[in-house]
Ligand binder design. Structure first.
Ligand code: CO8
Length: 259
């Protein structure tokens, strides 16, 4: 039987997807990206899941696109493949629940780009980020020059892309790529604990909050503020807003119904 490329498990209201090509440090190819798309869509449809965590192994989140597969590709092969570009379409249009990248070890090339497609990144102390494509005679092709520049600014993005050097977790956090660093020990459990905290809030409000933060990168400030205000108004149509504010006033824990 062929190995499952992406493992999917559910803990409480958190769906956990684990990239599973450990022998090649989770190098990304068409099959693994397709499997990841399918598993993400399944978790998105599952009403019991409120937050999704995407992770790899202790040694590697993902060490990039599969170089052995790409080695002999012609222009037409690479033009036709666009496998992770297609994956981004799924993330952007179909996945409304928050997706957390839990990065332990290497997140390089397409691996770093995959982590940046998620809504936020938590890094283990041993995490290493980079866009080393320059060493292979090519450039980042899945957002590395764009999302990295937005996350860490032009100077550092230029430095990383032109030298191909790796950035450790500390540097990635101070540069703004990573939301938090967590100890290597029990790293995934700690990320799941944080995800579980989010997952106990109202699911529709989580989705609205994610959508608004993401809009900040796509709009002018005025457009973004107007959009946020409209979505803020919309939360007042939810029972969960009534419940959240009533619970505060009545000094009790809220019981969100996700509606
Ligand atoms: N592709 C294929 N195999 C890989 C990859 C990869 N990206 N990374 C590691 N492997 C394999 C190695 O070949 C090795 O296999 P084997 O045991 O059969 O020799 C195994 O994984 C373990 O790797 P190492 O022995 O090299 O482990 P080390 O601990 O010595 O080194 C590194 C770890 C530093 C991560 C090293 O493996 C490395 O530099 N890897 C390549 C990193 C890289 O260059 N990534 C960028 C790839 S290009 C890319 O991502 C472009 C994205 C755009 C794609 C667009 C598609 C349409």
């Amino acid at each position: 039987m062929s190995e499952q490329l992406v493992l999917s498990t559910i803990q409480g209201k958190v769906g956990i997807l684990t990239l599973n090509r450990p022998k090649v440090l989770n190098a990304l190819n068409n099959d693994i990206m397709l499997a990841l798309s399918n598993e993400l869509l399944a978790l998105e449809k599952n009403e019991n899941v409120h937050v999704i965590v995407l992770t790899g192994s202790e040694k590697a989140f993902a060490a990039g696109a599969d170089i052995s597969a790409m080695q002999k590709w012609s222009y037409m092969d690479v033009y036709k493949s666009d496998y992770i570009g297609g994956f981004w379409e799924t993330m952007k249009t179909s996945i409304r629940k928050p997706v957390i990248a839990a990065v332990s070890g290497y997140a390089l090339g397409g691996g770093c780009e995959l982590a940046m497609m998620c809504d936020l990144i938590y890094a283990a102390e041993n995490a290493k980020f980079g866009q080393p494509e320059i060493k292979l005679g090519t450039i980042p092709g899945l957002g590395g020059t764009q999302r990295l520049t937005r996350a860490v600014g032009k100077a550092k993005a230029m430095d990383l892309v032109l030298t191909g050097r790796f950035m450790d977790a500390q540097e990635a956090e101070s540069a703004g790529l990573v939301a938090r660093i967590l100890p290597n020990e029990n790293f995934l459990d700690e990320v799941i604990k944080i995800a579980d905290g989010m997952a106990n809030f109202s699911s529709p409000v989580l989705m609205m909050a994610k959508q608004c933060v993401n809009a900040a990168l796509e709009t002018t400030l005025e457009q973004g503020l107007a959009y946020e205000r409209r979505v803020f108004h919309a939360t007042f149509a939810l029972e969960d807003q009534k419940e959240g504010m009533s619970a505060f006033v009545e000094k009790r824990a809220p019981n969100f119904k996700n509606m």
